[in-house]
Design a protein around this ligand. Structure first.
Ligand code: GLV
Ligand code: GLV
Length: 319
């Protein structure tokens, strides 16, 4: 019998697909940790592994699973996995692209609006019973309509964020490796250097994967190029931003605000950020809708089934 290990409970939809195939499905409980399990002989018989973005899959882990044929990451990002080492062992690594593009783009917009309109602060203000009536200077925020949005990494998610910006009549800039002509036609987006993007944008939104090149892409130096009135939004990966430098910039009001869904040392968050009211903090929920997470579960399962039945994955990320 084929055995599939899922490191934590994910929506049942995918688990059902695996069970219907007659596989043995093991689901890790709350305290399950892949790192601590890799020394245990139990991993020896596993044919397939469904991992979360919070599960580090390193050489040691891979070496302890001689039967493993696929690591299906329950995420679009896969920086948690040593994909080249997996490839060297003939193990496929897959992700869940496309399905979470809209959910993540929507959440990015929730952050853009929340931080510029001071939604969280205003809600706190109400709950603290501080509202005494309309005031000309109360909780003033920043405009969104007509402003410039800078997309760093115009992949699927970055492009989806930009399409939504058309409804707000925004000017769109993007930076990244390749020119996207169809995207430019569709949205009027203009490709610029990172430096120009940082200097000209009112809202800067990160949508690049985490790689050695993008780690600390937003550092002290680059933050100093941004407008004082700018907002930074990060729904990609925490380490793309040097959190300490961002925290300082927010504290000293060198930029106006930030909306963060991800953190450099997740789940740790720079203590100072908790004290600032010009930042909106979310617990890495970019893809977190019922519909999207169920579909991610199905896609991870379909990748497992495809590899175990045909030897070929559907969404391979390592060659
Ligand atoms: C979420 O962060 C993902 O990569 O799916
Ligand atoms: C991920 O889906 C991306 O291309 O942004």
């Amino acid at each position: 019998m084929k055995t599939v290990l899922i490191t934590k409970q994910i929506p049942q939809a995918g688990i059902d697909l695996l069970s219907e195939k007659g596989y043995q499905v093991i689901v890790g409980d709350e305290d399950f940790s892949l790192a601590e399990t890799s020394s245990i002989s139990g991993l020896k018989n596993i044919d397939a592994l469904i991992t979360l973005l919070s599960d580090p899959v390193d050489k040691k882990m891979i070496d302890s699973t001689p039967n493993l044929k696929i690591i299906a990451n329950y995420a679009v990002g896969y920086n948690n996995i040593d994909i080249d080492y997996a490839a060297s062992k003939g193990i496929f690594v897959t992700n869940t692209p496309d399905v979470l593009t809209n959910a993540t783009a929507d959440l990015t917009w929730a952050l853009i609006l929340a931080v510029s309109k001071r939604i969280v602060e205003s809600d706190q203000f109400m709950r603290n019973r501080l509202f005494t009536g309309w005031q000309p200077m109360l909780m003033l925020g920043g405009d969104v309509t007509g402003k410039t949005l800078g997309i760093i990494g115009a992949g699927r998610i970055g492009q989806a964020v930009a399409r939504r910006a058309k409804g707000f009549e925004m000017n769109i800039l993007y930076s990244g490796r390749s020119r996207k002509e169809k995207f430019e036609k569709e949205t009027g987006a203009k490709k610029v250097t990172l430096e120009e993007l940082l200097k000209q944008s009112d809202f800067i939104s990160l949508h690049c994967p985490l790689t050695p090149e993008t780690r600390h892409l937003i550092n002290r130096n680059n933050i100093s190029l941004m407008k004082k009135s700018a907002y930074l939004i990060n729904t990609s990966r925490g380490p793309v931003v040097e959190e300490e430098a961002l925290t300082m910039a927010l504290k000293e009001k060198n930029i106006t605000g930030a909306g963060l869904d991800v953190y450099e040392f997740e789940p740790e968050v720079n203590e100072e950020l908790y004290k600032l009211n010009n930042v909106v903090l979310l617990p890495h929920v970019g893809s977190g809708t019922h519909e999207t997470r169920a579909e991610m579960s199905r896609i991870a399962a379909r990748n497992v089934i495809s590899v175990l039945e045909t030897g070929q994955p559907l969404h391979q990320v390592n060659r």
